[in-house]
Ligand binder design. Sequence first.
Ligand SMILES: NS(=O)(=O)c1ccc(NC(=S)OCCc2ccsc2)cc1
Ligand SMILES: [Zn+2]
Length: 239
Amino acid sequence: TGPSAWHNKYPVAHGSRQSPIDIVPHQASRDPNLSQIVLNYDRCTSINISNNGHSVVVEFDDTDDRSVIQGGPLDNPYRLKQFHFHWGEKGCEGSEHTVSGNSYASELHLVHWNAVKYKTFDEAATAPDGLAVLGIFLDVRCFFKCLYCFITDFKDFNPKCLLPSSLHYWTYLGSLTTPPLHESVIWIVLKDPITVSEKQLGKFRMLLFTGEEEDQRLRMENNFRPPQPLKGRKVRSSN
Ligand SMILES: NS(=O)(=O)c1ccc(NC(=S)OCCc2ccsc2)cc1
Ligand SMILES: [Zn+2]
C-alpha cells in the first residue's frame, strides 16, 4: 500500500501543509531576513545504522546539543536525530522534492528536533515547529556509488562531508513525508545537489549490508512520496 493509500489510516495526508512539494524557483520569494543556516556537526556521534530493506537510517546521540542546525528560518537550535535517504528504482527519479518538475536520483534528509521547546523527539514530532529537516539532493553518479561503498565502522561518519559547496536554500512549512505524516517540519532544501568526487568518495561510505548475516540487499524499490499540493503556502529563498 503506497502513498495513495496512506490517507485511510492517516487523514492528515490530505492536510494543508504536506510534503514533499514541487519547488518552482522563480515563484519562491527571496527573503533578505533569512540568515544563513549554521551546522554544528563536528562532535556528532552516530549510534546506530539500520537497513529495513528499503531505506537506510543512521541515528545519532541526541541527548545533548552536540550536533545541531540553527539560523535560517529557525528560532532555536535543532538537534540532529537521524539521517536517511529516498531513492527510486530508476536513476532518473528518486528525490521527494522536485525542482520545476525535475527529480534527482536521491534525496538525503537530516532530521532534527527542537529540544529547546520540547522534551522529546516524539513530542516535537507533533508540534508545528517541532522538527527541521535539511533536504539535500544527490545526483545519480554519486548516489549509486555512495550506496555501494562499505565502511567497517561508520562511527566516525560526519554528515558534514555530505554538504554541497553552497548552503543556499529554499524553506517552507511542511510535514513528514512518510506516515505518520505529522505537519511538524520546517523544511530547508539546499539548492545545490551533492556530486561526490572520487576522492571524496573515500570519506563518504555507508554500511548498507548486514555483513556476515544473510546478504540483506537493499531493494531498489521506490521509497519517495510524490509532490503534494502547495495549498497557498509560500516558499522562501535564501539569497
Ligand atoms: N522523510 S522525512 O524526513 O520527512 C521523515 C523523518 C522522520 C520520520 N519519522 C521518524 S524519525 O520516526 C521516529 C518515530 C516517530 C516518533 C514520533 S513520530 C515518528 C519520518 C519521515
Ligand atoms: Zn525522508
